[in-house]
Write a protein of this length. Structure first.
Length: 581
């Protein structure tokens, strides 16, 4: 019997298992194999991010219109029969090809997608459990041991599991060491009973049910992104509600019975707000490049010689700029008040992507207030204002991202150039990974009601005083008794503090791509160790592979090419074993 272990059974791990079963069945090789599945949370198939019991204020950040998660065909072998499972669109009973392009895009709670993932996983796992092909373990893997380069062992928080032939890691977000600032704040909060620090924005129930949270609280929130929006929405809905009142031409208002003021004090290093995605398919189509331009784009940036010769991400910018410039030039409501030529727009696009702080008449000013920027972007996203060049660039980049991720994962660029490419993609995410329009409308409603105070948003001075965290900016001062850190850890491998990753680093099982990134894997996801002559029978998919691949966090990537490529190779490994035995 050959043994395979999969550690981390969230969306990516669940789909990887599914693809492995499909591949084995297609090759008539679903025999003499046992697959052990480890998931710390016990949320098999959905993981922590898509927990079924989480607050409905946590929304997914991709419209259901493009959430085209494929279905699964029936699997029939001599040992197991598994029924088919519908695609996500079939599961929600929506055919988007027949819906009006003016229908407002929907962004459901994460728990709804979690329900889809759980049902999909259960439909797969029950027949496999009955056939004794898999086993489930609600345990935390803390170490992998490779004994005599022959046998793998998984040590968990409760036991030791022996004799694995290969292991797949799909472990997602991992804890990292706290910064010196957060360490100081943690000690301060523990020493001061009147203050409370939450070092993570999830689960939101941790602070929603805390005794110190009342309608009279003043809550500082570190970060000004998607997690911050989830935090604000959850707490705001605890004390009131958001309402749409289109008769008065007000898109969103907030109503509460409490006398609330300055409930929220968000703050960040640059004060720049998240940018909403277009309201519907019609507006989104304005920014979609042609199929021909995408094909040409992929051919350019995927050229191995160009990648080898690259000394910077310039080759990527040079390929992208004409696409974005063409889209912008064709917009009926583009803010081209200077009547720049297409070539001049291309140069400006490249300048902005290299430095988003540049000032230009076609670009939304970074110096203006966050509230004004949100109002500007909300109007652009709903088709009620001329489109700035930066908004256009961000949306076009979003449409190009799948091509960028496909063409530049496992590229021939130097590590230094790839670090810059990843940083470039990260810098666009304020636009390309932006929230739904409704989220921005909710923030604006809270700001209008003086419940969301944006005066401290741009790198305030922070002092620890007896009463709490004191924020000062431009002569204004506010003090918070609760602070929530909504900045999620980056996949910087050397900062990860989970015992599993640290032990693998110590044992030389994983090789770091770059100090600021993740680990090295081959195209099938298998680790490349520090010893070049050593083939490690361990694969890793997901955010800790950032540095070898790009674009690892999105739910669509969890159902993408990487799990399929791993499953194909893992199936071949099993077939080779069967032939030898």
């Amino acid at each position: 019997m050959r043994k395979v272990g999969i550690i981390g059974i969230g969306p990516r791990g669940g789909y990887a298992l599914e693809r492995l079963i499909v591949e084995l069945a297609e090759q008539n090789s679903l025999i003499n194999i046992h697959i052990s599945l480890f998931e710390t949370t016990g949320n098999f198939g959905n993981g922590q991010v898509y927990d079924l019991d989480q607050n409905a204020s946590n929304w997914i950040n991709i419209t259901e219109r493009v959430l085209a998660l494929e279905g699964r065909k029936a699997i029939n072998t001599e040992t197991v029969k598994i029924k088919p499972f519908p695609s996500y669109h079939e599961w929600i009973n929506k055919d988007f090809s027949t819906l009006s392009e003016n229908e407002i895009d929907t962004y459901p709670p994460r728990a709804k997608l979690g329900k889809f993932l759980v049902e999909r996983f259960q439909s797969l796992i029950k027949p496999l459990l009955k056939a004794k092909i898999v086993s489930l373990h609600k345990e935390q893997a803390i170490k992998i041991e490779w004994i005599d380069y022959n046998q793998l062992q998984i040590i968990t928080d409760s036991t030791r599991h022996n004799a694995f032939d290969e292991i797949l890691l799909t472990i997602g977000h991992q804890s990292t060491e706290l910064s010196n600032q957060l360490l100081d704040w943690d000690k301060y909060a523990k020493d001061n009973e009147n203050t409370t620090l939450f070092k993570s924005p999830y689960p939101v129930d941790n602070f929603l049910n805390h005794n110190n949270l009342t309608s009279k609280s003043t809550i500082a929130i570190r970060g000004f992104g998607l997690a911050m929006i989830d935090v604000v929405r959850a707490i705001a809905e605890k004390f009131g509600g958001f309402y749409i009142n289109q008769k008065e031409n007000v898109l969103c208002t907030y109503q509460t019975e409490h006398a609330i003021k300055n409930l929220f004090i968000p703050f960040s290093l640059d004060g720049l707000p998240p940018v909403p995605k277009p309201l519907n398919a019609r507006i989104d189509s304005w920014f979609k490049p042609s199929k021909a331009s995408i094909l040409s784009f992929e051919k350019q940036i995927g050229n191995t010689q160009i990648q080898k010769d690259a000394e910077s991400p310039h080759f990527l910018l040079a390929a992208f700029a004409p696409i974005a410039a063409s889209v912008f030039s064709k917009l009926k409501n583009a803010n081209n008040i200077q009547n720049l030529s297409k070539q001049e727009i291309e140069k400006l696009i490249m300048l902005w992507l290299n430095d988003q702080s540049i000032a230009h008449a076609l670009i939304t000013p970074t110096k203006q207030s966050a509230e004004k920027s949100m109002r500007n972007f909300e109007a652009m996203a709903t088709g009620n204002a001329t489109v700035s060049l930066d908004y256009c660039i961000g949306q076009v980049w979003r449409h190009c991202q799948p091509t960028i991720y496909r063409a530049l994962s496992f590229n021939d660029c130097s590590d230094e150039v790839f670090v810059e490419i990843i940083a470039l993609d990260e810098s666009t995410k304020r636009y390309s990974y932006g929230p739904p329009v409704e989220s921005i409308q909710q923030l604006l409603a809270l700001a209008k009601a003086d419940i969301l105070n944006l005066n401290m948003i741009n790198d305030p001075n922070i002092e620890l005083i007896t009463e709490g965290w004191q924020f000062e900016h431009s002569g204004k001062s506010l003090t918070a008794t609760i602070l929530i850190d909504s900045v999620l850890d980056s996949p910087k491998i050397n900062a990860v503090r989970s015992p599993l990753v640290q032990n693998m680093l110590d044992d030389g099982l994983i090789k770091v791509v770059h100090d600021d990134l993740g680990v090295t894997t081959n195209k099938n996801g298998y680790l490349i160790s520090n010893n070049k002559n050593q083939k490690v029978p361990i694969a890793l998919l997901g955010r800790l592979a950032k540095g070898t691949i790009i674009g690892v966090d999105a739910i669509l990537e969890c159902f993408g090419a990487r799990p399929r490529q791993w499953a194909q190779k893992a199936t071949q490994n099993h077939m080779d074993w069967l032939n030898k035995n």
